[in-house]
Design a protein around this ligand. Structure first.
Ligand code: AMP
Length: 187
């Protein structure tokens, strides 16, 4: 099973991707997590990505494309994966199509976790208090939502046209949302 999790920042897609990947026993690839860990470890990738992340901008495509190419070529990706936070724009989606074609693979489902904007800001500010992410302050949050709406939202149509889009209501109980994702991919 190969899946993409789409949805605005704060929709809970990372949480759901984590739970579902464990249930299905496939890897969870979060480009955001990989970048945050690179920053923490002060690697070259981290140094290049930090200023973009701190402003709520997307990091340059070539950086995340390299991360994804590298991760998907590892042996534990053979049985499937969930991509969480990639692709983030149409260019990345097209590169992903090329990578998949070269591996004779395809994505089974693109899960769109949907949450209204006003609820997202509340959730993200709460996460800022709990986790202390440097990109969870109000100015940066607003920019991340703007970047999402401009760059990432078009992917919903992109995957709808490929007939693999599943819309999931991301408001409510975590377990219920997990169950609705699981039942929709089993249909
Ligand atoms: P996330 O944890 O998915 O919300 O990502 C946190 C930040 O990492 C984003 O605001 C971007 O700056 C960066 N990032 C994560 N994934 C990507 C991607 N696919 N393309 C560009 N930037 C990304």
């Amino acid at each position: 099973m190969r899946m993409i999790f789409l949805g605005p920042p704060g929709a809970g897609k990372g949480t759901q991707a984590g739970i579902i990947s464990e249930k299905l026993n496939i890897i969870h690839v979060s480009t955001g997590e990989i970048l945050r860990s690179a920053i923490k470890n002060e690697t070259e990738l981290g140094k290049q990505a930090k200023s973009y992340i701190d402003k709520g901008e997307l990091v340059p495509d070539r950086l995340v494309v390299d991360i994804i190419k590298d991760r998907l070529s590892q042996s534990d990706a053979e049985s499937g994966y969930i991509l969480d936070g990639f692709p983030r724009n149409l260019e990345q989606a097209k590169v992903l199509d090329d990578i998949l074609a070269s591996m004779s693979q395809k994505i089974d489902h693109a899960i769109n976790v949907d949450v209204p904007d006003n609820e997202l800001v509340v959730r993200l500010l709460e996460r800022a208090r709990k986790e202390g992410r440097t990109d969870d302050n109000e100015t940066v949050i607003k920019n991340r939502l703007k970047v999402y709406n401009e760059s990432t939202l078009p992917l919903i149509n992109y995957y709808k046209e490929k007939n693999i889009l599943i819309d999931i209501d991301g408001v409510g109980d975590i377990d219920e949302i997990t169950n609705s994702i699981l039942s929709s991919i089993r249909k």
